[in-house]
Design a protein around this ligand. Structure first.
Ligand code: ADE
Length: 235
């Protein structure tokens, strides 16, 4: 049955859904990497597709920007469409000097300035973590493909513009390596509704210096990330 934000038929999604932020990226992934991909939802132009990859059924659907948007789509996918595994594929900005432009980063944990997990957790500090099996599959798949990845803690920021300047020092001191905007919400939604989630990201900018990848570099690191995410998704 359709939900307020997804108009797919029952059973329209595979057990595993790859989730970029951008709906047009979801379309591009479906058209480039999936066989026999069909669009299964289009509410608000937040597109979702199901097809197959190397013979296994697989879906891709956008989650939009920020924790509130990502929480809506992941909740409905898990609760109403029976999705079991969510892999966020996105980009992030590096904070600590050990993380370089174009690298791949796998998010073991997600810290945040959002209040959503305190709302869920009696106002205490919830440790939003990736599902271990999914995390390990992503890490092992990257190793099999000979790709360097860093595994660590992300900061899921509510503000893209206006992160407090001293926050960068705090993150660095606490070894929170990169900033993105969704995973603390997605990990908690997965826990709440009994699914598994993990995130793999490409480093698109170095936040302290403002350095950013060119369009061409973004394409290369995106393809590296997709090769890991797709092979991990069907294991
Ligand atoms: N995603 C990519 N770069 C980012 C940044 N600098 N802040 C938040 N999310 C990001």
């Amino acid at each position: 049955m359709a939900t307020p934000h997804i108009n797919a038929k029952d059973g329209a999604f595979a057990e595993t859904v790859l989730m970029p932020g951008d709906p047009l990226r979801a379309k591009m992934i479906a058209e480039t990497f999936l066989e026999g991909a069909e669009q299964v939802t289009n509410v608000r132009n937040v597109f979702g597709y199901t097809g197959s990859y190397k013979g296994k059924r697989l879906s891709v659907m956008a989650h939009g920007m920020g924790i509130p948007s990502a929480s809506i789509y992941t909740t409905e996918l898990i609760k109403d469409y029976g999705v079991k595994n969510i892999i966020r594929i996105g980009s992030c900005g590096a904070v600590t000097p050990n993380i370089k432009l174009r690298e791949l980063f796998i998010a073991m944990g997600a810290s945040t300035d959002s209040k959503v997990n305190r709302m869920r957790f009696n106002d205490h500090d919830y440790a939003a973590i990736a599902d271990y099996t999914l995390l390990r599959t992503l890490v092992d798949t990257a190793a099999e493909q000979g790709k360097k990845v860093t595994v660590g803690n992300v900061f899921s920021a509510d503000l893209f513009y206006g992160v407090q300047p001293n926050m960068l020092d705090v993150l660095s001191k606490m070894q929170v390596n990169v900033i993105e905007m969704e995973l603390a919400g997605i990990y908690a939604v997965a826990a709440q509704y009994g699914a598994r989630a993990a995130g793999i990201l490409t480093v698109s900018d170095i936040i302290p210096t403002g350095e950013a990848t060119s369009a061409e570099e973004r394409q290369t690191s995106f393809r590296d990330m997709m090769e890991v995410a797709l092979d991990a998704a069907i294991k």
